[in-house]
Design a protein around this ligand. Structure first.
Ligand code: COA
Length: 259
């Protein structure tokens, strides 16, 4: 169905694998188009409960935007590339009401680091490497990297990484707050899926509200506190709130319906 990505739905988890391993899974136009189409599927298919995003092979998650497509671009072309990616992929991932996490299985550079950062959180293999090396090319991040890196690791370290283009390994990325967990490569997908299965036992509408509110905070939205009050109230109108509170009082596990 797709040419540059693979998708697989298992136990409610939609595994999206970017599949250009001979090019380090670099994001060319086709990948951006298909990735965005796959995220549309996530929004529209009720069978999809959670999403795991990874790269094919054992070397790279994504080693950046496809540099071979940059040659012909002028100012407007660069802006169009960045905007299309932002609208069609990165912002849709960030704003997805369903959890989307990145399983970073190797290099996550440039657009690859930005793609991982657009996800709700990141799990890395021990060989993962993160960086924003655009300054080596006379460029800067264009898929939200300056903004999301600063949100995630703070101004000083973000400044250093975007100025030097240096890479950080998985353990340093964890210490910086860029990734939540580090596992051996062989365990990465299994461990990530286990975490998503755990999230799938929680109330989906509440999880969706929580995602939106943490995003408010990360973006410094001044309405965040008020939005939390409204979304907290909205939870009281859900069947899942009745189920969750009743199940607690009846000392049984809740069976949430996402309503
Ligand atoms: N765009 C296009 N092609 C890319 C790419 C990218 N971002 N990253 C890697 N590739 C290609 C290489 O050109 C090479 O293609 P070839 O076999 O046809 O020559 C192939 O992927 C393998 O990469 P190679 O550089 O040979 O592997 P390596 O193990 O020596 O190095 C990296 C791996 C990731 C360190 C190196 O490929 C790299 O620095 N990539 C660019 C990272 C970058 O600047 N990203 C930001 C882009 S804005």
């Amino acid at each position: 169905m797709y040419a540059t990505i693979q998708t697989q739905l298992e136990n409610g988890t939609f595994l999206i694998t970017i599949n250009r391993p001979d090019k380090m899974n670099a994001l060319n136009k086709d990948v951006i188009q298909e990735l965005g189409d796959a995220i549309d599927e996530v929004y529209n298919n009720p069978e999809i409960k959670t999403v795991l995003l990874t790269g094919a092979g054992e070397k790279a998650f994504v080693a950046g935007a496809d540099i071979s497509e940059f040659g012909s671009l002028d100012k407007q072309g660069g802006m169009d590339l960045a905007r299309k990616g932002g609208d069609h992929v990165f912002n849709k991932i960030e704003n997805s009401p369903k959890p989307i996490i990145a399983a970073v299985n190797g290099f996550a550079l440039g657009g690859g680091c930005e793609l991982a950062m657009a996800c709700h959180f990141r799990i890395a293999s021990e060989n993962a490497k993160f960086g924003q090396p655009e300054v080596n090319l006379g460029l800067i991040p264009g898929y939200g990297g300056t903004q999301r890196l600063t949100q995630l690791i703070g101004k000083g370290k973000a400044m250093e990484l975007v100025m030097t283009g240096d890479m950080v390994g998985a353990e340093e990325a964890k210490a910086l707050g860029l990734v939540n967990h580090v596992y051996p490569l062989a365990d990465l997908i299994t461990k990530s899926k286990e975490l998503l299965q755990k999230i799938q036992t929680k109330a989906p509408v509440a999880v969706a509200h929580a995602i939106a509110l943490v995003n408010d905070a990360a973006k410094g939205n001044p309405d965040g506190f008020n939005n939390e009050i409204e979304r907290f109230g909205a939870c009281f109108e859900t069947e899942d709130k009745v189920e969750g509170t009743t199940a607690f009082l009846e000392k049984r596990k809740p069976a949430f319906k996402g309503k």
